[in-house]
Design a protein around this ligand. Structure first.
Ligand code: FES
Ligand SMILES: [Fe+2]
Length: 366
């Protein structure tokens, strides 16, 4: 192409996107490892940033987390059991580990040449844990002191019907977060499953909030129900999408007179291209309607989130086949680029909230 300048030739060559992935490693943070109920029947394994973690309850019933690799011969400790002392017993030769990861017993060992009865020389790394809002959160860097507390999940109280779902997606943390907070894809990926009552031109306002960013949508039609009231006036929903560093998405809708929906989605990076997330969806509905509504809502959420899981998987596969990402964003991409910028800043140990991100955008929703 004789008329093409070297720079445009460079940008149009897809192979030059090689190695560019929106992957961020932020181990100095709290991530959800599992739900509290998941520890009811003994130890389980979960992976965060490629590290297998054995989770169990100790003698006092507190959640504990250690590297899921025995110090002796590397068997997965999560395949073992918790003994009477609340120690995790390895399934292979029965070494016992306490919640700090120290080895407290080597079954059958009478004479200990190493003189290491305190077990520290045979320890496995451990992770700080914190149980809050029916989730077990883990500080992802092993043998480290955690800082601060995980985000609280709002509206999980008696005024709400609370539905919790869990999904495992083949995509980066960034792709999953962007998807959770992206409005334009809903008309395509979820066509017919919500909205779909004609188009309306609305406004979006982006601003900073403590620990993250928020986009507020002004003039939006309701997600469900009639788009006009009895007088023929448009029904308007208030809608906010929020991102909290490093990995929580939140979507809130208020529709007059009294509808309220608050969904909080803690995300956990399993590996560079695998993310687990939970959807805690809180619906303000009268107590006597909840039993009837729960299965309907669960089914609808699984349909919608199943569509997201599918498109995220396809997106990830194409990006990996091409050896990297090549993204072109417009003013409609209000969340994704800023989420990545914040993740990158944090990764470098820099403040993530210093840039001016205030923005007002007109858009059409369908
Ligand atoms: S591998 Fe765990 S006790 Fe031997
Ligand atoms: Fe979606």
């Amino acid at each position: 192409m004789p008329n093409e300048s070297p720079s445009s030739a460079r940008t149009s060559n897809p192979s030059l996107t090689k190695g560019k992935y929106s992957v961020a490693h932020l181990p100095d943070a709290w991530y959800v490892a599992c739900r509290s109920d998941d520890l009811a029947d003994g130890p389980i394994t979960r992976t965060i940033f490629d590290l297998p973690i054995a989770l169990f309850r100790d003698a006092s019933g507190e959640a504990a987390a250690v590297l899921d690799r025995c110090a002796h011969r590397n068997a997965p400790l999560s395949g073992g059991r918790v003994d009477e002392s609340g120690h995790l017993a390895c399934p292979y030769h029965g070494w016992r580990f306490d919640r700090s990861g120290a080895c407290r017993e080597v079954p059958g060992l009478i004479e200990d040449e190493a003189g290491e009865n305190d077990g520290t020389g045979r320890a496995v790394p451990s992770f700080a844990t914190l149980e809050q809002d029916d989730f077990v959160w883990v500080w992802a860097r092993p043998d480290a002191e955690p800082e601060g507390l995980p985000l609280r999940i709002p509206c999980i109280d008696d005024d709400y019907l609370v539905v919790v779902r869990e999904y495992d997606v083949e995509c980066t943390l960034h792709a999953a977060l962007e998807n959770a907070l992206d409005v334009p894809h809903t008309a395509f990926v979820h066509r017919g499953d919500f909205r779909g009552k004609g188009s309306r031109d609305i406004e979006a306002v982006r601003r900073r909030i403590p620990g993250g960013i928020e986009v507020e949508y002004l003039g939006e039609p309701p997600l469900s129900g009639e788009a006009v009231d009895e007088a023929g006036d448009p029904v308007v929903s208030e809608h906010w999408d929020r991102f909290f560093l490093p990995s929580v998405a939140q979507v809130e809708y208020r529709t007059p007179p009294d509808k309220h929906l608050m969904s909080t989605l803690p995300h956990t990076p399993v590996s560079d291209f695998r993310t687990r997330f939970w959807l805690v969806s809180c619906w303000k509905v009268p107590a006597d309607k909840r039993d009837e509504m729960r299965p309907v809502i669960e089914k609808q959420l699984d349909t919608i989130l199943g569509q997201d899981v599918e498109i995220l998987r396809d997106q990830t596969r194409r990006i990996r086949e091409m050896g990297g990402e090549s993204f072109r964003s417009t003013a409609l991409d209000l969340m994704g680029p800023e989420i990545l910028r914040m993740l990158r800043q944090s990764e470098r140990g820099l403040p993530a909230d210093d840039a001016n991100i205030d923005r007002r955008v007109r858009l059409r929703v369908f």
